[in-house]
Design a protein around this ligand. Structure first.
Ligand code: MN
Length: 281
């Protein structure tokens, strides 16, 4: 029952999240799906999901992945999610995870050691990502501290997500550099604008209860706070230091951003291969 925990936490008559079906593991050697979903729930976080044995192994990363090898990003190992979840983007009106989900990156991944189950048990997974934003070599390493891990996390659930040094590493805060969806090209406010009417006002799905209006206002307030913080951070961006020459792909992007800070959003759009570059420029 790999999806038991996932289903137990959710009421699918109230959430547009997929229930998912149980499936057999993909044959060996076939590309495995990965994604990162940016999730504005109680706290903003990023959910890294790696396909394995017919489910998506999942870690919630509060600060999001970093392509800077000096950053060790705290990650909480959470319940397996169904494969179908990997394409989900939308509004969770109430209940578990209430808020907005945006598909921040997707692609394929491969483990550097075939024994993924063993790696999970040992608490060390090394892998390569091939997404739109995240690429190259990474590691997830479980931290010690069995007496209830960091920040109130249950024992054994605390991990660190690290980027290895390679041509895809660089001193870039990729989450703010490329903030938008790779699916719709939008940010949380766009996803909310596109999905809220469906969530709140249509009786399309039989049995789906219409959530109370205060659930909507809570989510609107959350998105409003997110937008304020985003715009503040943008206003506080330091003036660009002289562009450094570095031959890595990420380094080139950094130089581009530093040289032309005002186009960062458009550049990020391109990095996400989104359809919004026209609208945002
Ligand atoms: Mn989440």
């Amino acid at each position: 029952m790999p999806l038991h925990d996932y289903r137990a936490k959710r009421d699918f008559t109230r959430s547009p999240e997929p229930k998912g079906r149980d499936r057999r593991p993909a044959p060996r050697g076939q590309p495995r799906f990965f994604c990162v979903q940016k999730h504005l729930a109680t706290q903003l976080h990023y959910d890294l999901r790696l396909e394995h044995d017919g489910v998506l192994l999942s870690w919630a990363v509060p600060k999001g992945p970093s392509i800077d090898p000096r950053d060790k990003r705290f990650a909480v190992h959470v319940e397996d999610h169904p494969i179908e979840y990997g394409e989900f983007e939308g509004v969770i009106p109430e209940g578990y995870g209430a808020g907005v989900v945006l598909l921040w990156d997707r692609g394929t991944w491969e483990p550097l050691d075939d024994d993924v189950g063993g790696g999970l048990e040992r608490g060390e997974l090394k892998f390569r990502l091939d997404g739109y934003k995240l690429k190259g070599s990474w590691a997830l390493v479980r931290t010690r501290g069995m007496s209830g891990g960091a920040r109130g996390t249950p024992p054994g659930r605390s991990w660190l997500l690290l980027k290895h040094r390679d041509e895809w590493a660089g001193p870039v805060e990729i989450a703010t550099f490329a903030p938008l969806s790779v699916k719709s090209g939008g940010d949380f406010d766009d996803v909310l604008a596109e999905n809220a009417p469906e969530v709140w006002f249509s009786g399309k799905s039989p049995g789906r209860r219409v959530p109370p209006p205060d659930a909507l206002s809570k989510i609107l307030a959350k998105v409003e706070r997110y937008k304020e913080a985003r715009d503040e951070a943008k206003a506080e961006e330091p003036s660009p230091p002289p562009a450094r020459t570095k031959s890595t792909a990420a380094g080139t992007k950094t130089a581009e951003k530093r040289a032309r800070p005002k186009t960062a959003r458009a550049t990020a759009s391109r990095a996400g291969k989104t359809r919004r570059s026209k609208r945002s420029s």
